[in-house]
Ligand binder design. Structure first.
Ligand code: F6P
Length: 339
């Protein structure tokens, strides 16, 4: 339940006189992006603001590849994974020429504000753009990785972790039947947050994540006790772990522990798809709603998040700082419960 949301419903709050806004989804897609798009369009239209959606993130801005988004264009999308606007990681937008073209598109359409649904790279791009071109921009955190500061949950994280839990539960059944150890790789190029949350939910016996540098050593030292107790185990590895992901670690363990029957499973992009969970849809709707309100109220270069059930605004500069340390309490809980 969300409480304590600021009441910005007063029509007089459109002090920045937004008439037309642009909307993009950028970076890796994540379940809940469509719910956010729907909320943005419906909120804007309720305030008589036009919304132009540009396809494939910043690429669509550069090429002026767009669609006028109306209330009916966002019907029946709240439950769908992916993004109806498509998405991309735009290399061209990192160049001055690309940014110039994107700005020309914004000027041509007389855009007053831009909403970016995306992650770390997308907000960094928006920040660079704002140093040269003048457009009010706010962001909604769309990434399965949850690696942004300024929100408890990014759009996509809850669904992705639920997908991992469902898959690992199935792996657990076969692991137990065969007395096997499974090394399961989950997404997270730079962050172990998907690994940590899903490991607690699945009762995994160990995790290996980029934020912990000595975790492989600890795992290898645990071998003795492992042989005495359970015969089947689940080790969750974040793809960005410095020891080389599930294949690298699985092969190393096979060599070190010849007495164990070890299998490797990479969950991959199934984590990015699927219908968003209830929590995802609600959070994405709230963030989309407040993104429009934020533009009307003059926010600029800020990400809309939800922290402790409150809507929070975090400057892009601070939102994209990578989380080096995971919540140590969560790590302790995992360690205690998996022992
Ligand atoms: O940024 C989200 C993410 O899913 C990461 O966890 C992962 O490393 C990356 O995207 C994969 O990107 P791509 O789909 O381009 O391979």
């Amino acid at each position: 339940m969300i409480i304590g949301l600021p009441n910005l419903t007063n029509k007089n709050m459109n002090v920045h006189n937004m008439k037309k806004i642009a909307l993009i989804t950028s970076g890796g897609d994540s379940p809940g992006m469509n719910a956010c798009i729907r909320a943005i369009v419906r909120t804007a239209r309720a305030e008589n603001i036009d919304v132009i959606g540009f396809y494939r993130g910043y690429e669509g801005l550069i090429d002026d590849d767009h669609i006028q988004l109306t209330k009916s264009k966002v019907s029946n999308i709240i439950h769908r994974g992916g993004t109806i606007l498509k998405t991309a990681r735009s290399k061209r937008f990192t160049t001055p020429e690309g940014m110039k073209k994107a700005n020309e598109t914004l000027e041509k359409h007389q855009i007053d504000g831009l909403i970016v649904i995306g992650g770390d790279g997308s907000f960094k791009g928006a920040l660079e753009f704002s140093k040269v071109h003048n457009i009010k921009t706010v962001g909604c955190p769309g990434t399965i990785d949850n690696d942004l500061i300024g929100t408890d949950f990014t759009i996509g994280y809850d669904t992705a972790t639920n997908t991992v839990v469902e898959a690992v539960d199935k792996i657990r059944d076969t692991a137990e039947s065969h007395d096997r150890i499974f090394v399961v790789e989950v997404m997270g190029r730079d962050a172990g947050l998907i690994a940590l949350r899903s490991a607690i939910a699945c009762g995994a016996e160990a995790i290996l994540i980029p934020e912990r540098k000595n975790d492989l050593q600890t795992l290898l030292e645990n071998k003795k006790s492992w042989r005495l107790t359970k015969k089947s185990r689940i080790i969750i590895v974040a793809e960005g772990d410095e020891n080389g992901g599930a294949v690298g670690i699985g092969n190393l363990l096979k060599k070190e522990w010849p007495e164990f029957d070890i299998r490797i499973s990479i969950l991959g992009h199934i984590q990015r798809g699927g219908n968003p969970t209830c929590m995802e849809r609600v959070n994405a709707s709230i963030m989309g709603y407040y993104a429009v309100k934020a533009l009307q109220n003059g926010h600029n270069n800020e990400m809309i998040g939800i922290v402790n059930k409150q809507v929070a605004y975090t400057h892009f500069r601070d939102a994209v700082k990578h989380i080096e340390d995971l919540n140590p309490e969560m790590m302790r809980i995992l360690d205690v419960l998996s022992s």
